[in-house]
Design a protein around this ligand. Structure first.
Ligand SMILES: Cc1cc2nc3c(=O)[nH]c(=O)nc-3n(C[C@H](O)[C@H](O)[C@H](O)COP(=O)(O)OP(=O)(O)OC[C@H]3O[C@@H](n4cnc5c(N)ncnc54)[C@H](O)[C@@H]3O)c2cc1C
Length: 542
């Protein structure tokens, strides 16, 4: 029989570990065969140790009584093989997918497996157009509001660290990972618990994914922005778009054309920076509710500070060290402040889509060789905090207005440069007048972040930093810098879906992914795209 065995310590060198012997020790008998499912470095152990999850074959049909051992399940098999059989059917209409981020792309892939030739509409360009547009912005050229770090093929995950892990542990995870490997990702990602791709690898994977979509019958249309949704008799039956058209002889895209595209169902996977599309969804009658958000700043340190804390006896060949920290105040059961999206060996990057805003985020390359380490240091903000931004009671866009007010305040302080403060000054409650060198490519301005972030957020960040400094010595020291604001870690609203994943108020409309409030990262967005595609395949006459 097959067993699932977790948390097996492999020692400091996983290649040298004798898996058979270690498994025999754990289960009290020799295994017939052993295969590695995942491994991860436990940097908290002294010295750091690799731990593994394995598939183990044993004789007999009794599960041995040993810690971390259970019978192999169908879900385990799906996760390992990546095979999830698709429901195939004859599609009456062509589904429309709005958005070419992870949710939209993986929804399109799954629909293709189910025999549907969807139309995928993406407001930005293919990744080959996006890279020069983003580089030009970082060098000082005007921001392109349609083709930037958050809009364009691959969505917000293209210029990222490409961390591809999630807390979700269901069978489709294997499907997503195997599709990434099919598109050129290193098969090692199948075995890494904390796998990351790096922006360079993501950029290489996207054109392959696109070719797979196109050969599966998906019509991928770039530079096509959905402006509104066509709803007839309570059902979404298409979209109105604006296409920007390139001039002749390589002239820049200047002309635009509008068009109605009919089809359905309509999947809206436009991410949480497409605030105009959120308004369009509300205007067509889609119901939504407010959500708590998290606000804060990127905290950046020299990578050496993190390595020294995690690897006290030296880093050697170990990867750039990372951390994941949470601060729960005494007497509370929920973390008030925590780090998120840590990028070892990475850069802090500008992530706004419109002129007049400053938003920061983190990115790294596959080698994670940059001199800095950064993470979002964020504080939970309840919906009550942004009530003053409501246009009417319960206004689902109030959280967006709150985010925008912070992003505008940040822009005003530095005229586009990001406000920044030394961590030591931040803790002492005084503005910074100078800064060490930072990774941020568009310039920073030394300031007091109290002029940018709400006071409750400042207080929460201060408490957390003091607490985290005991875990990572130097975290609160003079070498650290806070660069603000980090406003978009979570969508500030959620579009309401029924059990069939349709909007509760507009039939044929499927809010999907992060912008709809159902994902928080590359893989969870891809999984939501998969789920929505599965739901579409079950709809009669879809
Ligand atoms: C710099 C950065 C680094 C990140 N790092 C990581 C990381 O390492 N790991 C991780 O898990 N997550 C990371 N994230 C978050 C992650 O990228 C998102 O959670 C994920 O991309 C959400 O996927 P999505 O498909 O729901 O939306 P998005 O990725 O936001 O995609 C939405 C797409 O829809 C398009 N669109 C929007 N409006 C319209 C319209 N009206 N018409 C047509 N198209 C439209 C956009 O152009 C975009 O391509 C990072 C984000 C950023 C910005």
């Amino acid at each position: 029989m097959l067993l699932h065995l977790s948390n097996l310590a492999l020692g400091p060198d996983p290649e040298a570990a004798d898996l058979h012997a270690l498994v025999a020790l754990r289960i009290g008998r020799p295994p017939v065969a052993v295969s590695l499912l995942r491994k991860s470095l436990d940097a908290r152990a002294r010295p750091p140790v690799w731990r593994a999850t394995l598939c183990v074959e044993v004789q007999g049909d009794e599960v041995p009584e040993a810690p971390g051992v259970r019978a192999w399940s169908e879900r385990d098999e799906q996760r390992r093989s990546g095979v999830v059989p698709a429901v195939r059917k004859v599609w009456v209409r062509r589904p429309i997918i709005v958005g070419g981020g992870p949710a939209g792309l993986f929804c399109g892939l799954r629909l293709a497996e189910a025999g549907a030739s969807a139309i995928l509409l993406e407001r930005g360009g293919p990744v080959e157009d996006r890279i020069p547009a983003v580089n030009a912005y970082w060098r000082g050229k005007a921001l392109d509001p349609e083709n930037n770090i958050v809009f364009g093929e691959g969505g917000a995950g293209t210029f990222s660290d490409g961390k591809i892990y999630t807390r979700r542990r269901d069978g489709e995870l294997g499907w997503v990972f195997h599709r990434l490997v099919d598109a050129g990702a290193d098969p090692e990602i199948l075995n890494e618990s904390w796998a990351h791709l790096g922006t360079d690898k993501v950029r290489a994977i996207l054109p392959v994914l696109r070719r797979t979509l196109v050969s599966g019958g998906v019509d991928v249309r770039f530079h096509t922005r959905v402006d509104s949704f066509i709803v007839e008799d309570g059902e979404c039956v298409g979209v109105r778009v604006t296409r920007s058209v390139a001039g002749q002889d390589g002239e820049e895209r200047g002309r635009s054309e509008t068009e109605e595209i009919r089809g359905g169902p309509v999947v809206v996977a436009t991410g949480h920076s497409a605030r105009d599309t959120m308004e369009a969804l509300l205007a067509c009658g889609a119901a939504a509710e407010q959500r708590p958000i998290a606000i804060g700043a990127r905290i950046e340190h020299p990578q050496a500070v993190i390595d020294a804390a995690r690897y006290p006896t030296g880093r050697g060949d170990l990867p750039a060290a990372s951390y994941r920290l949470a601060f729960t105040p005494p007497g509370s059961s929920d973390a008030a402040a925590y780090t998120f999206c840590m990028c070892p060996g990475g850069l802090v990057v500008p992530a706004e889509e419109l002129h007049g805003l400053v938003v920061v985020n983190g990115m790294s390359f596959s080698t994670r060789m940059a001199r800095w380490a950064n993470s979002a240091l964020i504080v939970q903000v309840p919906v009550e905090a942004y009530r003053p931004h409501e246009r009417w009671p319960g206004d689902p866009m109030a959280g967006v207005a709150f985010q925008r007010s912070i992003e505008q305040a940040a822009f005003a302080i530095g005229a586009g440069a990001a406000p920044a403060q030394r961590v030591s000054d931040f803790l002492a409650g005084r503005g910074s007048t100078d800064l060490p060198q930072v990774s941020y490519p568009k310039g920073v301005v030394a300031t007091d972040l109290a002029g940018v972030l709400p006071s409750a957020v400042i207080v929460g960040m201060r408490e957390a930093i003091l607490h985290f400094d005991s875990e990572i010595p130097g975290f609160g020291g003079d070498a650290g810098v806070l660069i603000a604001p980090e406003t978009r870690t979570t969508a500030p609203l959620r579009f309401l879906r029924g059990a069939d994943l349709q909007s509760t108020t507009v039939r044929g409309l499927y809010p999907c992914g992060e912008g709809a409030g159902f994902a928080g990262g590359i893989i969870s967005a891809a999984l939501d795209g998969f789920r929505v595609a599965e739901a579409l395949a079950l709809v009669e006459n879809g």
